[in-house]
Design a protein around this ligand. Structure first.
Ligand code: NAD
Ligand code: ZN
Length: 365
């Protein structure tokens, strides 16, 4: 099974290829994309240990000259210091403007290497080889790149579209189960925001998605197609792209209160709780049937994702603190909370200026 999704952005359009075994074929794809170009591979130590040799072998076979930069795994690598190291290493490898930066890893590597590619010589071409489910269905699509500041996540960055994305469904076999599940929350998100049929399909096929093969490729491709369509309509997030934040207003607040301690809560788990809350909040406001909120929650629980604040063990949470954390989110315009709310499964909308008191009353219920 293999799929191809085209991201339509005029002269900056690109393909996302989804199939099992793409890392072993990457050399050929890169050689066709940029004949004669040299590459700098950016990856983290975990991914390097498992998948780097296969990529290098494939590049060698096609005679693609390449160098490698390995950074420590984890969110802390989205830092100014690591960014500087990556830029210096790529420049030291004598790469020129037409050469390629290859991001081999999860969302951390995609964001970091993508921002380096956007910055070096004011813009080098780059190829995403996402190896986490979250990166395959979300962060590698759409061109947002960046690093964190002491003041918050993703505050320094650039829009920089890749030239090609190679999503190797088989590479996810080595991803820790918890990371896979967390990425799956973003897959569910695409069904919830705009594709009830896909959500229904996930309810019956999720085991296939988790175990690999054709169902996994289908789920990744459908997710990428959904994100690509939204990005093509609204590349710089002035309107519709905000729908992708379903579950993220609550989710980011929880991550912030938790000080991004991944042992307790990873991003996709926060999003899962956030999506369940967004549907229940919508139901409470009379916007959406309670039955839909129950259906969403039941599916997330079925795959082992958390859906309630009480599911986060060892973190005391109160409504006031959650609302305070929401106001600190960079996507919140002062005074008004923006939420993605639901009319039903498959139909969400951007609600500007949601009353904080209604959120408080809901959370205290
Ligand atoms: P990550 O990159 O830290 O990867 C998660 C963990 O899995 C890491 O320890 C990594 O080493 C490991 N890993 C990755 N692939 C593996 C594999 N195939 N086998 C074994 N281990 C593997 O985290 P993530 O969840 O992939 O991405 C999170 C980041 O993505 C955050 O920084 C977030 O801000 C960013 N993000 C960006 C966008 C965007 O549009 N640019 C969208 C969503 C999220
Ligand atoms: Zn997310």
């Amino acid at each position: 099974p293999a799929a191809k999704v085209r991201v339509d952005l005029g002269a900056r359009s690109y393909d996302i290829l989804i199939a099992s075994g793409l890392i072993a074929e990457a050399g050929g794809h890169i050689q066709r994309l940029a004949p004669g170009a040299a590459c700098a591979i950016v990856t983290d130590a975990n991914v390097a240990e498992i998948h780097l040799a296969g990529l290098e072998e494939s590049l060698d076979k096609e005679g693609v000259r390449h160098s490698v930069v390995i950074v420590p795994p984890g969110e802390t690598s989205k830092s100014f210091a690591t960014f500087a190291e990556v830029c210096d290493a790529v420049i030291a490898a004598k790469l020129e403007r037409g050469d390629l930066v290859i991001a081999l890893g999860g969302g951390v590597i995609g964001d970091l290497a993508g921002f380096a590619a956007a910055s070096i010589r004011r813009g080098m071409r780059f190829v995403q080889i996402p190896t986490s489910l979250l990166a395959q269905v979300d962060s590698s699509v759409g061109g947002k790149t960046g690093i964190n500041s002491d003041h918050g996540k993703n505050l320094v960055g650039a829009f920089h579209q890749p030239s090609l994305v190679l999503a190797d469904a088989h590479a996810l076999e080595t991803l820790p189960a918890r990371e896979f599940r967390a990425g799956y929350a973003e897959v569910v998100k695409y069904g919830l925001i705009g594709d009830a049929g896909f959500f229904g399909w996930l309810q019956t096929h999720w085991r296939g998605v988790f175990s690999g093969g054709a169902d996994r490729v289908h789920a990744i491709a459908t997710s990428c197609r959904a994100k690509a369509a939204i990005v093509a309509r609204d590349e710089h997030e002035r309107g519709d792209r905000a729908l992708l934040n379903l579950g993220h207003t609550f989710g980011h607040a929880l991550e912030r209160i938790n000080h991004y301690d991944g042992a307790r809560l990873v991003h996709g788990e926060g999003v899962s709780i956030g999506m369940a809350l967004a549907f229940r909040f919508s139901a409470k406001l009379g916007l959406c049937p309670w039955g839909d909120a129950d259906r969403v929650e039941a599916h997330l629980r079925e795959v082992g994702l958390p859906t309630r604040l009480a599911d986060i063990k060892g973190l005391a949470l109160d409504a006031g603190q959650i609302i305070e954390a929401m106001y600190q989110d960079k996507k919140v315009e002062r005074g008004a909370l923006t939420f993605i709310l639901a009319r039903e499964v498959g139909d969400c909308f951007v609600a500007k200026s949601v009353d904080a008191e209604e959120v408080r009353a809901f959370l205290q219920d």
